[in-house]
Design a protein around this ligand. Structure first.
Ligand SMILES: *Cc1c(COP(=O)(O)O)cnc(C)c1O
Length: 492
């Protein structure tokens, strides 16, 4: 019955169920020191079961080893560089974790009375103020739990303001370099999406924008720097074109890692934007875990922000639920509080000059990679890049090797792949974002790996096309895995 008990610690781990045998246990309770209660009486017989069918019975050491081995199958930022473009996979300093575990913060309950939650409320108030200062905006809500939810919140705010002015309008403009969440957000908020072309240098085409910006446009949603890692140098004029037509400028702030401490969206015409704390502000990221997508707005949009809002009453923090124009809640309670604590810790530990340094280093790292790899990979948009760089597989594709193959081969060199085939305006994209937390040694190893792979494509393309060779499984059927996932183990 037990198929494979011994194996290399990190490979071919049997299912926990296969290690099970009746009577093995990983728990032991102290003797009861209160009167015993019959569970079937207290809870009702229908709610109590004698047995959980197929539940594995293993000892503590077996359970611990099983999950520890499984954890080594994951690549993580704690293993090495994670150059996944657009995702800003920076290293999260351990001190943030320590701060988030401070007892009064970790155990704070959202229903705790205000008088007993002053510290937690102060943390949120300070974070709102810090983010307003960093973005150059007037007010911030911490409620949204992710970038995409921040986008939806932001667009609903625009809708509410325009509705109050007489009409929500019907269209939202989105450049062809946009992240997929932008058109999805606009559509979910009930808008018609209209694309605006980019120029050959990869920035917004102002003439195309001026033609598209009619009286029925509610907003332009733009990522800046855009998904090519290029700064939208005409952003001030773009804002003027929109504002002249009564439309607004929404900025997707997922790429703020290239701007913090250098330029403020509020100063270059942005009306509303979101931040990804789990990207720019060094909080845990990935695996579908908690994130935070605060939204920052200019004054005109402030009355519409989600409730409740923090307010000061007789020298204490209080929650203000009575806001007539608010779009309402977008999430239970006040946001992913633990993430907010980590972000504030990160911001305060760095201070202004430290945050600015992080930005400068992030840009320096990406420019360094670009310069080193330019002789080996095609660079479709030669405009100066900021915190990330986008190559295409054009040269390698001539030998039958595509961006996905190069990325798989990178796994054999011990690196997490870069972002494959995004942004969509670059055919066969390789999108690389090192972030500021990588030192030169790690960058040079990554560059060496990429150059070595480029050479392998010339000499042995099949080797690359069949990569990875060093992992437990090689190529899997990704379409079937997404469409027909097997999620349930059936006892034999
Ligand atoms: C990551 C990202 C988003 C979405 O953010 P989530 O937190 O994953 O919802 C939106 N736009 C851009 C440009 C991004 O990089």
């Amino acid at each position: 019955m037990i198929k494979k008990v011994r194996s290399h610690p990190s490979q071919n781990e049997a299912l926990l169920f296969e290690r099970s045998s009746p009577g093995k246990g990983a728990w032991q309770l102290p003797e009861l020191d209160v009167p015993a209660v019959d569970a079937s009486v207290a809870l009702g017989a229908a709610n109590v079961r004698a047995e959980i069918p197929g539940f594995p019975e293993v000892s503590e050491v077996e359970a611990i080893r099983h999950f520890t081995r499984l954890s080594t199958w994951n690549y993580a930022i704690d293993h090495g560089m994670y150059p996944l473009g657009s995702c800003t996979m920076k290293y999260n300093p351990r001190i943030n974790e320590l701060v988030a575990r401070i007892e009064g913060l970790a155990w704070a309950h959202p229903y705790q009375p205000e008088a007993l939650a002053q510290g937690a409320m102060e943390v949120m108030a300070r974070l709102e103020a810090a983010l307003a200062e960093i973005t150059g905006m007037d007010a911030v809500t911490l409620q949204p739990s992710a970038g995409a939810q921040g986008e939806l919140t932001g667009i609903l705010l625009i809708r509410a303001l325009l509705e109050k002015r007489g009409s929500p309008r019907r269209k939202i403009l989105i450049p062809d370099s946009a992240h997929g969440t932008n058109p999805a957000t606009a559509a979910i908020a009930g808008y018609v999406v209209e694309n605006v072309k980019s120029t050959d240098t990869g920035v917004l085409d102002l003439e195309a924008l001026a033609r598209a910006a009619d009286g029925d446009v509610a907003a332009l949603m733009v990522t800046n720097p855009n998904t090519l890692g290029v700064f939208e140098e005409n952003i001030v004029q773009a804002a003027e074109i929109l504002h002249a037509k009564g439309a607004m400028l929404y900025m997707d702030g997922a790429n703020m890692n290239a701007l913090v401490g250098i330029a403020r969206p509020g100063d270059f015409g942005v009306d509303v934007m979101h931040l990804n704390l789990h990207k720019t502000f060094s909080t845990p990221h990935g695996g579908g875990g908690p994130g935070a997508g605060p939204v920052a707005v200019k004054k005109a949009l402030e009355p519409f922000l989600p409730t409740p809002r923090l307010k000061r009453v007789r020298g204490k923090w209080a929650w203000d639920f009575k806001r007539k124009r608010s779009i309402g809640r977008v999430r239970a309670f006040y946001g992913n509080f633990g993430v907010l604590v980590r972000a504030l810790a990160y911001i305060l530990a760095h201070g202004g000059p430290g945050l600015r340094n992080a930005t400068v280093d992030a840009v320096l790292n990406a420019v360094y990679i670009r310069k080193q790899l330019e002789p080996y990979f095609d660079l479709p948009y030669p405009a100066p890049n900021m915190h990330e760089v986008v190559f295409s597989d054009e040269r390698q594709a001539k030998l039958g090797v595509r961006t996905g193959d190069l990325a798989k081969r990178l796994i054999d060199y011990g690196f997490h792949p870069y972002t494959v085939s995004f942004p969509m305006i670059v055919h066969g994209a390789l999108m690389i974002e090192p972030t500021e937390t990588e030192g030169k040694l790690e960058l040079d190893q990554f560059i060496d790996a990429m150059i070595s792979i480029a050479k392998e494509v010339e000499t042995d393309p099949e080797l690359v096309k069949q990569a990875p060779h060093s992992t437990r499984t090689s190529r899997v059927d990704e379409v079937a895995a997404a469409r027909k996932p097997v999620l349930r183990w059936k006892p034999a």
